[in-house]
Design a protein around this ligand. Structure first.
Ligand code: HEM
Length: 116
């Protein structure tokens, strides 16, 4: 279980880096967003987050369920915003608001994870 926890946690940190790294790099962009890291990072965050909770429960860790439920809610909004950014880009629409919503809310989730 320890190794599974470490793999999930490492992937959780890499998913975070993918979303927030590409968010900061493209912060001033108005168009031509590279959205792969945002979309795949958002999928990784939901999957590894749920996995971490599962491993934590299986090993009897004291998990704050209210905190992880709030994180899950925010992460699902990040994922929806990332999907809408991709769909909007394909249709030639304005991607910026969706991109900023996904990146900004991922930053909020870091703050929830660290300060709650
Ligand atoms: C954009 C989405 C997310 C971001 C940016 C994020 C960020 C973080 C960060 C920075 C940590 C390390 C801080 C710490 O351990 O106190 C962490 C840990 C954790 N996250 Fe997330 N998270 C996200 C989504 C989720 C989701 C959806 C869940 C669960 C449904 C989740 C569950 C957890 C758990 C259980 C840990 C503790 C891991 C451990 O130390 O064993 N996270 N997250």
């Amino acid at each position: 279980m320890d190794i599974l926890h470490s793999i999930l946690f490492a992937a959780h940190m890499l998913g975070l880096a993918a979303i927030i790294g590409s968010f900061f790099v493209q912060l001033r962009r108005k168009s031509d967003f590279v959205l792969g890291p945002t979309l795949y990072g958002a999928i990784v965050q939901v999957a590894t987050g749920v996995g971490l909770v599962g491993v934590g429960q299986a090993t009897g860790d004291d998990i704050d369920m209210i905190k992880v439920t709030v994180k899950l809610g925010i992460a699902v909004i990040v994922l929806v915003a990332a999907i809408l950014a991709v769909v909007t880009q394909r249709k030639g629409g304005k991607v910026q608001p969706w991109f900023h919503a996904a990146g900004g809310l991922a930053v909020v989730n870091v703050l929830v994870a660290v300060f709650w």
